[in-house]
Write a protein that binds this ligand. Structure first.
Ligand code: NAD
Length: 354
């Protein structure tokens, strides 16, 4: 197949890690006979330096004309003095909004080779952990009205959801669950919140259309506990923006390593925005020691969700697992008896194993 991929390396370690993910995608293209073209653009601080704004209209248009977007990370001390409206992070928020990606997907897997980095007891992670957290990204209390009383001593934040917003997120969850182990857990606070009651009603209504998916509902306080007590019970977990913000970071902590975690942000069609969950790591930039695996695994999500190339996505994930099996580690995930390699070498090792 032919695919047009926009790359947005961003700032500090961004270009280092994206270069390695592109190298792996090129290896996939060569092995499976695809043609991927890469259109590199600037985002964040790099765009501020070149054009004065963190995201240009041209870059957004290129993203919206592409099949998928692969991003590194943005921001860093160089732009700390820039006025709030033009900061690098604003470019990323504008990009998510401009691409209308409303579903944030974060897989949480514990690589058996890195189980030592997982803070949970070994008997809890004895069963495989493979969770897909789907967080609604454009609604909820983050986008409601806010107010503060005149005396500044009380404040309100409005939580709002429409059935349409819940439905479009839940549909993605049902479809993904149907392709995986067939289990969907919807997380809310329906014993207290009206938004959650609407959420639960909507998910229940949709479940009739997906008889192959087993649906459960869980209150968010219990879900936070169950993720720690018995994470293996979850397959796909869907939730709102606020609860998802917290639970997805909890799942990242369970997986143990920031540098390993991929993410995808999806909208109505197949186009998506793919990025590692970590930031631009200014403290290690330019030294070729960053871990590119979170970005490489984000490229695997790109193959799966935007290009529909499941076998190729699995080949990337298997190549990463093999490199870890063989004992190669970047400095952030090193442990005794492993071979420490740099960012470039890690990318090359994965690409060779495709
Ligand atoms: P960070 O994620 O950049 O770094 C936190 C720590 O993790 C650092 O010690 C860093 O060296 C390490 N780390 C992160 N990624 C790594 C990798 N791939 N390999 C090895 N080590 C890695 O978070 P921060 O320091 O709070 O933020 C730095 C900048 O990144 C800030 O400007 C922040 O706003 C921005 N940021 C951007 C995004 C994004 O682009 N999506 C996300 C978070 C933070």
């Amino acid at each position: 197949m032919k695919a047009n991929i926009v790359t947005l390396p961003g700032d500090y370690i961004g270009p280092e890690i994206v270069t390695q993910a592109v190298r792996v995608l090129e290896a996939v293209a060569a092995k499976y006979g695809h043609t991927f073209s890469f259109d590199e653009r600037k985002l964040g601080g790099a765009s501020i330096d070149a054009f004065g704004v963190p995201l240009t209209d041209e870059t957004l248009a290129a993203c919206n004309g592409s099949d998928a977007v692969l991003m590194g990370s943005v921001g860093g001390p160089k732009w700390d003095g820039v006025e709030a409206a033009r900061r690098p992070e604003k470019g990323l928020l504008a990009l998510r909004k401009g691409m209308n990606v409303f579903a944030n997907l974060r897989p949480c897997r514990i690589h058996p080779q890195l189980s030592g980095a997982c803070p949970l007891r070994s008997d809890i992670i004895a069963e495989p952990i493979d969770i897909l957290i789907l967080r609604e990204l454009t609604g909820d209390i983050y986008f409601g009205r806010r107010s503060r009383s005149e005396d500044r001593l009380s404040a309100t934040d409005e939580m709002a959801y429409s059935a349409t917003e819940v439905e479009r997120l839940a549909r993605i969850g049902f479809e993904m669950a149907a392709k995986r182990r067939g289990r969907l857990c919807s997380v809310d606070k329906a014993n207290v919140l009206e938004c959650s009651r609407l959420w639960r009603e909507t998910v229940t209504r949709l479940s009739a259309e997906y008889p192959q998916v087993e649906v459960t509902h869980m209150y968010v306080d219990n879900a936070a506990m169950q993720l720690i007590l018995r994470p293996s019970q979850f397959d796909v977990l869907i939730t709102g923006n606020l609860f998802g913000d917290i639970l997805s970071d909890e799942s990242a902590a369970i997986a143990g390593s920031l540098g390993m975690m991929p993410s995808a942000s999806l909208g109505a069609g197949t186009r998506g925005l793919y990025e590692p969950i970590h930031g631009s790591a200014p403290d290690i930039a330019g030294r070729d020691i960053a871990n590119p695996l979170g970005t490489i695994l984000s490229a695997a999500l790109l193959l799966r969700h935007s290009l529909g190339l499941e076998a190729e996505a699995q080949a990337v994930e298997a190549a990463v697992a093999r490199v870890l099996d063989e004992g190669f580690r970047t400095a952030d995930i090193r442990s005794e008896g492993t071979k420490v390699v740099g960012c470039t070498e890690m990318g090359a090792l994965v690409a060779e194993r495709i």
